[in-house]
Structures are given as structure tokens and as C-alpha cells.
Write a protein that binds this ligand. Sequence first.
Ligand code: ADP
Ligand code: MG
Length: 291
Amino acid sequence: MPAADNAVLVVAGLTKVYGSAATRVEALRGLDMTIRSGEFVAVMGPSGSGKSSLLHLLAGLDQPTGGSIRIGGRDLAQLGEDERAMLRRRQIGLIFQSFQLLDTLTAQENVALPLAIAGCPANEAGERAAQMLGNVGLAQRRQHRPHELSGGEQQRVAIARALVIEPLLVLADEPTGNLDSIQGERIMALLRKLVEERRQTMLMVTHDASHAAMADRIVCLRDGRAFSGPPALDLDQRDVGTRSVPDVRSMNIPCVECSVAPPSCPLSAIAFVAPCASDALEHVSPFRGTP
Ligand code: ADP
Ligand code: MG
């Protein structure tokens, strides 16, 4: 399948096999997917359908068994370990179900961290982080630490951290999974607004059909393969910025599993922090004003 000119992500024939012999599991079995610049795509699917495996591979945290992943025109398989880490730090924003903020840092320091790791001077990183916190409605919470914030506010900080690097692609794994329904809907309205304002390309895994309906397009995973979901909704139907979204439970999405508990921390804390922990320590102190 020829890639679209403005494709940010092109996945072709992607396979992932874990284990061997008796423990062999085919998590992904030839998955094809293209996401164009500025598209917001929701991925749904039952437990075990390969959603987390897909996100791990797209984030370059694991290697596929077969097939290819191109992000911004670059084939991940052609990149060395260092180049993959660089791509992850500079061009991919990650949003986790469990927020994954560092509790010893303020909101602003958490948001500034990926900039610092990417080599941005401390003053500029601090200013950009403050501005981004303003964009997610947390200008007054910049100096708060994560435990001083509500779950919804913590997820806003995490969204600011993912977007502040102006990534090519944001990967969000159940971003509302740890929030109550009202906070979840507020986060979805914010994501929708940010995606539009910034023309941000985003792939979001969710179990919630009404949240998936906020995306431009829904892709269903089943048994490691992708299927198109229901047609995209008109923007006017989405009532952006309010809590009102159409009830897509009536839309007969075949592979939606609405009743299962969300998986715990599908992408681990280590995924975000560990690849750059040593750089992080080096860069954190300037923000904190202490050695
Ligand atoms: P989902 O996120 O949709 O629930 P996963 O990608 O976590 O699905 O898992 C897909 C399949 O791969 C499941 O059968 C799961 O048990 C298996 N799997 C996932 N990760 C591993 C692993 N590290 N080792 C072995 N099997 C795995
Ligand atoms: Mg999962």
C-alpha cells in the first residue's frame, strides 16, 4: 500500500511474537495502519488484542518480529539504539494511564524535563513549560508537586509534558483510565482542543467508546490485526470543548470491550524515565536551584 504523502506513521505487515514453542504468543499478526499529519486516531480492542504491544513498538521500546514502522519517513529498523532513543525523546510524546510524573519535581519541572533532556537551555525550557501549562489550564499550579494535584490536573501536567517537545506523534495509552468519568471527559475535551489547535497527530488507546468518538477515526484491533471502526464523526457533531459527546455505544462497534477493568500501567514508568534517567539527573538541578 503506497504511503500517503503527509503520513506521519506508516505501519506495514507488523508482527510481534513473544516466547517460543509452548509459550509462543502472536500478539500482532500483520497489522497495517497509516496515520496522516494532524489526524487523531483512537485504537480500541479487547484485552489481549495487541494494543500495548503496538504502542511499545511504535515508541521504539521493543523490536518487531516482522514488518515495518516508519515515523516521519524514517524506518525504525534502520535506526541504531541511540537514534531510536533520540527519536523517542524529540519526536514522540507519551501519555500514560498512570500519569508517570516525578513526585519530587514541581509541575513546571516535570514539563520542562523532556526539553532539558533534549538539550534545551534551562531558562528556555522553564519558559516553554510554563507556557504549555497555561495551555492546559494550569498556570496557577506551576509550583505544585504531583501529590498536591487532583488526578485530572496530574494528567494535564502529563499532557503538557508530552506536547511541550512539539512531537511529530503523541502516543496515549488509556489517558483517562485512572480518572472518574467527569475528569475523563474534561481530559478528552482538552485533548481534542489541543489536537485541533496544534494540528497534533495522535494515536490513543481507549476502552471508552464515547472517548474514542472524540477522535477523527477509530481503528479496532482484534487478534493482532486492525479493522476500521465506525465512520468518523463530523466535527460539529462532537461539540468540542464541552462534556457533550454523541453516544456511540449505539453505533455497534464490534470489538469494543467496555466492561473490563483497564490494564494496570500498560507502558511502564521505566519507559519514559529510564532511557534518559542519567541525563535527567544532570539537567534537573538547574531548575531546582540546588545542586
Ligand atoms: P492489550 O494491550 O490489547 O491487552 P497486549 O499487547 O498487552 O494486549 O498483549 C497481546 C498478547 O501478547 C496477549 O496475549 C499477551 O498475553 C501477550 N503478551 C504481551 N506482552 C507479552 C510479553 N512480554 N511476553 C509474553 N507475552 C506477552
Ligand atoms: Mg494493554
